[in-house]
Write a protein that binds this ligand. Structure first.
Ligand code: AMP
Ligand code: GLY
Length: 419
């Protein structure tokens, strides 16, 4: 089979490494991919959101199955466009991807179907929102409705910060049309858990739970990033919480989407907070998380392609989704200064003995060398019988990777160890 994976980050590299182990795979193309992914797939210089050319390529190359990994092409309808040409895909159609594409949609969905989440109000005029935050309990959480590269959530500790966030999003259009509407919601407290799940719209099979580390610096200081490291499983996600989530959140969400005529097929990501009143949904993503995927898929026992096709064909009920009873830790090596300004273009060396465990996010190949080409450069994932061992091994690997302005957090997994 000829496969095509859309996207260019560490997540896509992890998906590709896992698909390479699947039965019947002859060739994998990655659009656009990156210099590191090029070790494991044929990269083609077509952007993930250039849907016309993605479809043209897939038709010309007679692609048998496509995986659309990032949020923006999903929300823009890449799966719909590929399906229209008879190409089966892993990923939701645009009318279901809205669960991530619009926070107003997802909050209203949860309210309508009684799915636990933070209390909220929706605003489409800055004046009303500004009036509301004069009285709202602090801290207050302000969210742009649409996609905002993971930066559309502001936790305002005081009224000034809240006013400023509203003005930036709604008046200065910091995130463009994504800020035409905003959600202002209650601040929740508790440990966060990411649960990625496979679903065919009828059955939902959760993957092993994980914990992201979103802030740039140790001790959860510094700015929010795409994620600086992950561990799996997440120790806060006990069996009791898992059953509660299945009953109160996962199945109700799949059913709600069906009732709305927006059947979701693909990977549905539940961003959860385990509050003192039970688990609540912080956010839905319509795709695999990054860097959660880099700890979840290495623990998958079984054939990823077979599971993905079962999601497409609505036969997930008949397929086993099992994970190794082990621990995984992924540490991200970033360019110093990320997520603000940083230099790139430094030579990157990844020793051969760790290549299988490295997921490249930002690198390009030039004259036979790899050069850094992004904020997050790569992630190193280790698997071991204990969390401590997985953490130690992941750090050993990240120390072996070389580039000039390498930066990484030194406390990935520390909070999980304390749990
Ligand atoms: P998101 O970009 O939606 O993943 O949100 C970024 C981060 O903001 C989340 O991972 C949480 O840590 C935090 N966050 C979002 N909503 C809330 C909330 N209602 N209460 C507390 N923290 C939140
Ligand atoms: N790691 C969080 C996300 O992928 O959105």
């Amino acid at each position: 089979m000829k496969l095509m994976v859309i996207g260019s980050g560490g997540r896509e590299h992890a998906i590709i490494k896992s698909l390479r182990k699947s039965a019947g795979v002859d060739e994998i193309y990655c659009l656009p991919g990156n210099g590191g992914i090029a070790q494991d797939a044929t990269c083609v210089d077509i952007g993930a959101t250039d849907i016309d050319n993605v479809v043209k390529f897939a038709v010309e190359e007679k692609i048998d199955y496509a995986v659309v990994a990032p949020d923006d092409p999903l929300v823009l309808g890449a799966v719909d466009a590929l399906n229209a040409q008879g190409i089966p895909c892993f990923g939701p159609t645009a009318n279901a991807a809205i669960i991530e594409g619009s926070k107003v949609f997802s909050k209203n969905l949860m309210k309508k179907y009684g799915i636990p989440t933070a209390k909220y109000e929706v605003f489409d005029e800055p004046a009303k929102a500004l009036e509301y935050v004069e009285e709202a309990p602090l801290p207050t959480v302000i969210k742009a409705d649409g996609l905002a590269l993971g930066k559309g959530v502001i936790i305002a500790e005081d009224r000034d910060a809240a006013r400023q966030a509203i003005r930036e999003i709604m008046e200065n259009k910091k995130f463009g049309d994504s800020g035409n509407q905003i959600v202002i919601e209650e601040f929740l407290e508790g440990p966060e858990v990411s649960v990625l799940s496979f679903t065919d719209g009828k059955t939902v099979k959760p993957m092993v739970s994980s914990m992201d580390h979103k802030r740039a610096k140790d001790n959860d200081e510094g700015l929010n990033t795409g994620g600086m490291g992950t561990v799996a499983p997440n120790p806060y996600y006990t069996d009791a919480i898992a059953s509660q989530c299945m009953e109160q959140i996962f199945i109700p969400t799949i059913e709600a989407m069906n009732d709305e005529g927006r059947t979701f097929k693909g990977c549905l990501y539940f961003g959860l907070m385990i509050t003192k009143d039970g688990p609540k949904v912080i956010e839905y993503n319509c795709r695999f998380g990054d860097p959660e995927t880099q700890v979840v898929l290495p623990l998958l026992e079984g054939d990823l392609l077979k599971i993905m096709q079962a999601c497409t064909n609505e036969t997930l009920e008949n397929v086993d989704v099992k994970f190794a009873d082990k621990h995984a830790c992924c540490v991200i090596a970033a360019s110093d200064g990320y997520p603000e300004s940083y230099e790139k273009g430094f030579e990157l060396t990844i020793p051969e003995e760790i290549e299988d465990n490295v997921y490249v996010a930002g690198a390009k190949a030039e004259d036979g060398k790899l050069l850094t080409n992004g904020g997050r450069v790569l992630g190193c994932t280790a698997i071991a019988d204990s969390l401590q061992e997985a953490i130690d091994k992941a750090y050993e690997m990240v120390e072996k990777v070389e580039f000039e302005n390498k930066f990484y957090r030194t406390d990935i997994g520390k909070r999980a160890l304390k749990a």
